[in-house]
Design a protein around this ligand. Structure first.
Ligand code: GAP
Length: 447
């Protein structure tokens, strides 16, 4: 993980937030290449949810919602962690993590390990951030930064039945920021207090819920493997009954083998009719589906694949990170799926003279209308390749003296290092063809 964190900072993927002030606990800023990577992850999610299906529609709900939402959803009462304070070292711990926590002493001890540890009884601490709607704190309404995007979908269910001409089974998908005042954040962007979720609520006839739950388990694991995560680093883990959230009758996590061990990437839950029933109760509105032909009416059940964009981006980075040698020289390379790579192609003149920069700049201008492309003419060619390898650019196009004679360029592949000559007139089509081609991690073959 340290190597990933260092590469992310060095190459402008992710920085600690407000770093000049010493940073703010577990919040991060995405730099240029991090923005492009996360954008590609989200675009692939939209592609799988919207473009490749016709039973899902999109939503972008407000982060601030009516406070009754959180009473109905159960978050106000139940979205809590049990906390224990130590009166001696003044630290706070999650009661359910005491065994694996370290206290503030040096050398560090487990809370409660020494006779002078003075622990309070556990108290529930709500993870939602509060703020005030309106200019006056005292008389304004308390509102919350949403801790999940899902509730924005449930409260819009009625709108979607009216306008979208969909009937169950159908889904509503949303990507957006969520906020949780996590007690033990950490491991870089794995667990932060502000993060982006990619959630889809799939509304189904009640008796079809188990079938659709299985369907979404398969779909979601396939999404990660098709985008290049190594299958032997992915698994599904069903929650034990005592792990289930208050709304869920069954949940399975997609887990990835991070450097910190197997950890949740995404949760897929059968939420039953919990949310629609509760919002109907709290709002007084009918939230049910009525089949106009048969007169049948029911409250749909919901299958929810809930993923994190930051966590997914981190998994793709971890899976892609590799070190090898070219000649005698060590290189660091991100073997990202070409569709996820922040930059698809770098155009490099071999030397900064003989008209090569002008030709290369022209090729770059033509390519960038069709894909994310960079032009780089500064420094030795090897160092320019190395820089592109570190940000995961799958293709390097080099303009050399032969280009000026026969209008061909070399295309270098990041993973195989194979170089081929391609006519400039065919370059954009050829690169697009390669970007669309199926791809699997060369780390699988032990390259
Ligand atoms: N609506 C259901 C829900 O929110 P969750 O398992 O709490 O379920 C879904 O969250 C996903 O959101 C997680 O699998 C993870 O990818 C991401 N996520 C949750 N908390 C996070 C945090 N503190 N930092 C980064 N990502 C987080």
């Amino acid at each position: 993980m340290d190597k990933i964190v260092s590469l992310c900072k060095r190459r402008g993927f992710v920085f600690p937030s407000s770093e000049i002030y010493g940073g703010l606990g577990s919040t991060y800023d995405y730099g240029h290449y991090g923005v492009l990577l996360k954008q590609n992850v989200k675009a692939e999610w939209w592609r799988a949810m919207l473009q490749e299906r016709d039973d899902i529609v999109a939503l972008d709900a407000a982060i601030l919602m009516h406070p009754r939402t959180w009473e109905a959803s159960g978050h106000l009462a139940g979205f809590t962690d049990p906390l224990v304070d130590c009166r001696t070292c003044k630290q706070r711990f999650r009661a359910d993590h005491i065994e694996t926590s370290a206290c503030g002493r040096k050398p560090s001890k487990r809370p409660g390990e020494t006779p002078d540890c003075d622990l309070t009884d556990p108290r529930d601490f709500n993870l939602m951030f509060q703020t005030t709607l309106g200019p006056v704190k005292e008389s304004g309404a308390t509102v919350y930064l949403r801790p999940e995007t899902a509730q924005g979908i449930f409260v819009n269910f009625k709108n979607y039945l009216q306008f979208s001409r969909k009937k169950p089974p159908f889904g509503i998908a949303q990507i957006g920021k969520s906020f949780r005042n996590e007690i033990t954040p950490g491991n870089f962007v794995f667990r932060t207090r502000e993060f982006e979720q990619m959630e889809m609520e799939y509304f189904v006839p009640p008796d079809e819920a188990p079938k659709w739950f299985e369907h979404w388990l398969e779909q979601r694991i396939n999404w990660y493997t098709e985008l290049g995560l190594r299958p032997d680093h992915l698994r599904l883990r069903a929650h034990a009954p005592d792990e289930l959230s208050h709304y869920s009758s069954a949940t399975s996590d997609v887990e990835y083998l991070f450097p910190i061990g197997w950890s949740e990437l995404e949760g897929i839950a059968n939420r039953g009719n919990f949310d629609l029933t509760r919002h109907a109760e709290f709002s007084g509105q009918k939230l049910e589906y009525v089949d106009t032909a048969s007169g049948e009416r029911y409250v749909p059940h919901v299958i929810e694949p809930a993923a994190g964009a930051d966590r997914a981006a981190l998994a793709f980075l971890v899976d892609a990170y590799d070190e090898d040698e070219i000649g005698d020289e060590a290189r660091t390379v991100l073997r990202l799926h070409p569709r996820l790579a922040p930059v698809k192609v770098a155009v490099l003149p071999l030397v900064k003279k003989d008209g090569q920069p002008e030709v290369a700049a022209q090729i770059h201008r033509e390519l960038r209308g069709r894909m994310s492309a960079e032009y780089d003419e500064g420094g030795a060619i090897g160092r320019r390749y190395r820089r592109q390898d570190e940000i995961g650019t799958p293709f390097g196009v080099t303009v050399d003296h032969q280009t000026l004679e026969d209008h061909t360029v070399t295309v270098r592949e990041r993973d195989s290092l194979v170089q081929e000559r391609v006519p400039v007139t065919e370059l954009a089509d050829e690169l697009e063809r390669r970007l669309r081609a199926p791809w699997s991690s060369p780390k699988l073959a032990g390259v």
